[in-house]
Design a protein around this ligand. Structure first.
Ligand SMILES: *[C@@H]1O[C@H](CO)[C@@H](O)[C@H](O)[C@H]1NC(C)=O
Ligand SMILES: *[C@@H]1O[C@H](CO)[C@@H](O)[C@H](O)[C@H]1NC(C)=O
Ligand SMILES: *[C@@H]1O[C@H](CO)[C@@H](O)[C@H](O)[C@H]1NC(C)=O
Ligand SMILES: *[C@@H]1O[C@H](CO)[C@@H](O)[C@H](O)[C@H]1NC(C)=O
Ligand SMILES: *[C@@H]1O[C@H](CO)[C@@H](O)[C@H](O)[C@H]1NC(C)=O
Ligand SMILES: *[C@@H]1O[C@H](CO)[C@@H](O)[C@H](O)[C@H]1NC(C)=O
Ligand SMILES: *[C@@H]1O[C@H](CO)[C@@H](O)[C@H](O)[C@H]1NC(C)=O
Ligand SMILES: *[C@@H]1O[C@H](CO)[C@@H](O)[C@H](O)[C@H]1NC(C)=O
Length: 505
């Protein structure tokens, strides 16, 4: 087996050499173990997705010293506090402890095994360095009844992890980008690289002008102007050529033909304060009361938080968008979202798991969504810009895994399984959402239906997937769909191959 693999790689490597141009969108250079990317005619390549997850490399999740152990109140004679009060109290106590500068943590709240009655409560974590951990997702069970707020406006989440005091300030000048940046590029060329140095936190701001919006046929949504941005760190500066290199590639194409000198795309140094990090939720099950009337609350909202995780958590029968993540460098692992009762028959459909703007470097892996028929399963929203990765996860039922609205970029669906579902990267003009995604990749997934279109001036790739049918995409141009585009078994997972390559170099 190993021999034949090597043999295949050798043959394909020869092909690369003799033809001069790679034949695969992503291939492996057998000599250097580097990945080689084939650009589109427009110069865009599949981006490097390896920087997702905790600490930007799906790092091993740490052991956090336990500071508080909680048992269900009904097991304790020495407390009058309800379980909900105890948990919020423990969160508040822990929040006032000092942060260990070495680990980044204050400590962990250990929930014993047993049934915790948290009806009438929802919890907020808004300081860094807190882990809530149960015994396991079958032994520690939270019984919840989170509902929509009294005024009917806010949807409560059982857990909110947030950065209420975050500020992002531009510090320094806005340096105009003076050369088209293809998707996948790891540098930008500026009018002046003066003032930028390695390690700087920067924002790349891309104005989507009326010409671009019209070309993308998205003016019903955006009118004449929209803007999107990404955060990066400077890795290197070439002052002579005014080139600033970035730690992570750009997930979209900054095309100078659609920009004017009065409204350029630019790079600017930023300072961020008050962003919460190092929060973990793991090893418990949360069950939402089945008999709740209308207005079921959601399970988890992670907003503007970085280097955090959710691991081995089961959430049953929550409503709305069960879980939304907008932070950075977050690992979601072993998540199981279950519906035993149908969602609302009328009104908007819900997303069981959504990454929304400015969610980036988020990794969802080894997870399951079940019972969510005609819902959206693994989803992105609101111009979320990658890299974001959905890896090795499953949805049962007929749900759609899809970027949903407003041109989210740099998403990888890798080794996902949707026996009766759909993976869809398409145009939704009838909902005024427009093209839902650009520069995204569906890699070696199993799905009943696959829909992948190529927006104007953008690309989407579907490579090596096992499908029953291609969905109808009307008169849209199809994306780059290659049923057999995986060069070698070592590329069975693009994400793992990119991770391995990143480790070596
Ligand atoms: C790999 O190394 C061999 C031996 O040095 C060389 O002949 C070949 O051209 C190299 N292949 C590539 C793709 O660089
Ligand atoms: C619990 O409440 C009862 C009645 O108010 C009181 O007598 C008792 O001291 C309380 N126990 C604790 C541990 O606070
Ligand atoms: C949720 O539980 C609390 C505490 O048991 C109760 O007071 C409240 O009425 C419940 N809410 C709903 C909507 O069932
Ligand atoms: C942080 O959360 C606590 C509840 O855990 C709340 O009392 C406090 O007001 C919040 N702080 C901010 C700044 O929102
Ligand atoms: C462009 O938008 C119009 C109005 O929403 C729609 O009728 C038309 O089908 C769209 N064209 C494409 C190619 O999506
Ligand atoms: C994929 O997920 C399954 C189920 O969680 C797990 O057993 C398996 O190890 C995962 N595979 C990889 C390559 O992570
Ligand atoms: C897919 O649908 C078929 C037919 O309804 C059903 O038998 C099968 O269990 C479903 N599989 C999954 C994984 O949902
Ligand atoms: C695509 O089809 C729609 C109607 O189905 C039509 O309105 C639109 O003009 C077509 N667009 C192109 C580019 O052909």
């Amino acid at each position: 087996m190993a021999l034949s693999v090597l043999f295949m790689i050798a043959i394909f490597s020869c092909l690369h050499v003799t033809q001069g141009v790679p034949i695969y969108w992503v291939s492996l250079d057998a000599n250097t173990s580097k990945l080689v990317y084939k650009p589109t005619n427009a110069g865009d390549t599949i981006m490097d997705f390896s920087s997702v997850g905790y600490l930007g490399r799906d790092a091993k999740l740490p052991e956090v010293p336990v500071k508080v152990v909680l048992y269900p109140a009904r097991n304790c004679k020495d407390t009058n506090k309800s379980d909900g009060e105890s948990i919020q109290h423990a969160i508040n106590e822990l929040s006032s402890l000092p942060l260990d500068p070495c680990t980044g943590f204050r400590g962990a709240i250990q929930l014993s095994s047993g049934n915790f009655d948290v009806r009438g409560h929802h919890f907020t974590i808004n300081t860094s360095g807190i882990l809530i951990t149960g015994s396991s997702s079958s032994e520690t069970i939270l019984h919840a009844n989170v509902s929509i707020a009294e005024d009917g406006m806010d949807v409560h989440a059982l857990f909110s992890v947030e950065s209420p005091q975050q500020t992002i300030t531009e510090v320094g000048h806005r340096a105009a980008i003076v050369e088209t940046v293809p998707s996948g590029s790891n540098y930008v060329k500026l009018d002046s690289s003066c003032g930028f140095k390695p390690g700087d936190l920067v924002s790349i701001v891309w104005p989507m002008t009326s010409r671009w919006i019209q070309m993308m046929n998205m003016s019903e949504r955006w009118g004449n102007f929209a803007v999107t941005s990404i955060e990066r760190r400077v890795s290197r500066v070439n002052g002579e050529k005014n080139m600033v290199f970035l730690d992570i590639p750009v997930p979209f194409r900054v095309d100078l033909r659609y920009l004017s000198s009065s409204q350029p795309a630019y790079l600017v140094k930023v300072e961020i304060s008050g962003r919460v990090s190092h929060v973990g939720l793991e090893n418990f099950k949360a069950v939402q009361d089945k008999v709740l009337p209308v207005g079921r609350g959601t399970f988890l909202n992670i907003a503007q938080v970085e280097d955090s995780w959710v691991r081995n958590v089961v959430a049953v029968d929550f409503g709305g968008d069960t879980m939304t993540v907008t932070g950075k460098r977050i690992t979601v692992e072993g998540l199981n979202l279950i519906r035993t009762i149908p969602g609302p028959m009328k009104g908007p459909k819900f997303a069981d798991l959504a990454i929304a703007f400015p969610g980036s470097q988020i990794l969802v892996k080894n997870s399951v969504i079940q019972g969510g028929s005609s819902q959206f399963s693994y989803m992105t929203r609101d111009q979320a810009n990658g890299p974001n990765v959905f890896f090795n996860s499953t949805a049962y039922g007929s749900s759609h895994a899809e970027p949903h609205a407003h041109f989210a970029t740099g998403i990888l669906y890798d080794s996902m399984k949707f026996e009766n579902g759909t993976i869809s990267l398409r145009n939704r003009p009838y909902k005024h959402h427009g093209y839902t995604s650009g520069f995204s990749v569906v890699w070696n997934c199993h799905t009943k239906v696959l829909e992948v279109v190529k927006p104007p001036q953008a690309a989407n790739w579907a490579i090596g997937n096992t499908i029953q049918s291609l969905g109808s995409t009307g008169n849209e141009t199809l994306g780059f769909i290659e049923p057999r585009g995986i060069e070698s078994p070592r590329l069975a997972s693009l994400y793992l191959a990119q991770k391995a390559a990143a480790k070596m170099h």
